[in-house]
Ligand binder design. Sequence first.
Ligand SMILES: *[C@@H]1O[C@H](CO)[C@@H](O)[C@H](O)[C@H]1NC(C)=O
Ligand SMILES: *[C@@H]1O[C@H](CO)[C@@H](O)[C@H](O)[C@H]1NC(C)=O
Length: 369
Amino acid sequence: MAASGAPLWAVCVLRLALATVYFQEEFLDGERWRNRWVQSTNDSQLGHFRLSSGKFYGHKEKDKGLQTTQNGRFYAISARFKPFSNKGKTLVIQYTVKHEQKMDCGGGYIKVFPADVDQKNLNGKSQYYIMFGPDICGFDIKKVHVILHFKNQYHSNKKSIRCKVDGFTHLYTLILRPDLTYEVKIDSQSIEAGSIEYDWNLTSLKKMEKSSAESKDWAQAKDDKSQDWEKHFLDASASKPSDWNSELDGDWPAPMLQKPPYQDGLKPEGIDKDVWLHQKMKNTNYLTEYDLSEFENIGAIGLELWQVRSGTIFDNFLITDDEEYAENFGKTTWGETKVKNRTLAELQEPPPTPSQLAPTPKASNGSNP
Ligand SMILES: *[C@@H]1O[C@H](CO)[C@@H](O)[C@H](O)[C@H]1NC(C)=O
Ligand SMILES: *[C@@H]1O[C@H](CO)[C@@H](O)[C@H](O)[C@H]1NC(C)=O
């Protein structure tokens, strides 16, 4: 990991005691990043990265990051850190990306991998936990991906989040919280937020699993002659006594069934299927099994993407459990240099004129509006 600059430590000194920083990379030590980042050799055609602050920048050294250098290539590079689980903790993933080449079609996202990822062989099929960040292609695709791996499948966010399409440096932040809420920020501004359950189509996943669990287990329960009903089932046929006062006495505890309520050849009686399912789900922490945002063995971050026109710069990577630390890190890195970055860009490159926006070969359309 790159050493933090002094100003950052000064700003964050109070937070440091509380925040856990799993990974932080600012590329402040020259070519030493090559010892920390592993270029995949899975395909000899994979594109190469170099360290660069680009054609315009706010600070020549601080704004250096990994830049894609070859057009029409796949790229695959990654860095490791000490593996951790985000169970019960907030997870913040943040980085900056600058498409100074005026991106027409290409990925600007990062992937977070399990610790056992094969870095030397990193490729499009390498299983990841999280994919996050902008993706641009033509007029149709200008979105921020948030893809979570869960139960051997990748799940995309349902809400479409629009990404930035200009050539400046932008700060992208993803926050996954243990209460199953999430937030996506661009340039420190909240762009999308909500419940992971609703925004990842989990409701349908849950329904599917529920109905299959229901039919399978219920059939088994009915067939299992030695089933100890007593332990599992409420007597759904019993009703609350008329003199029961819920305010004084609390919730009325439905009596448990005393005995297996059936004999050979008879169906279970007096058991309501919904009550049975409810009890079963309660007992097995059914809901917490649907935590899409919980990853056991997070251990690497990488860039695995395709670009038609190269020149994108990735910088200021951060993975932490502390939202405030990330906020400060964003301010002291991206925040410090963004204004100068823009001014310099405008001096060097006036806004493109319509003639410069003429179609380029291969790309379906030239620049972004
Ligand atoms: C690329 O990686 C895959 C596994 O992900 C492997 O089967 C294949 O042999 C690798 N190719 C090279 C050239 O190493
Ligand atoms: C939600 O999930 C169901 C079942 O997996 C799938 O058929 C449907 O297309 C999904 N909807 C969206 C918007 O992803």
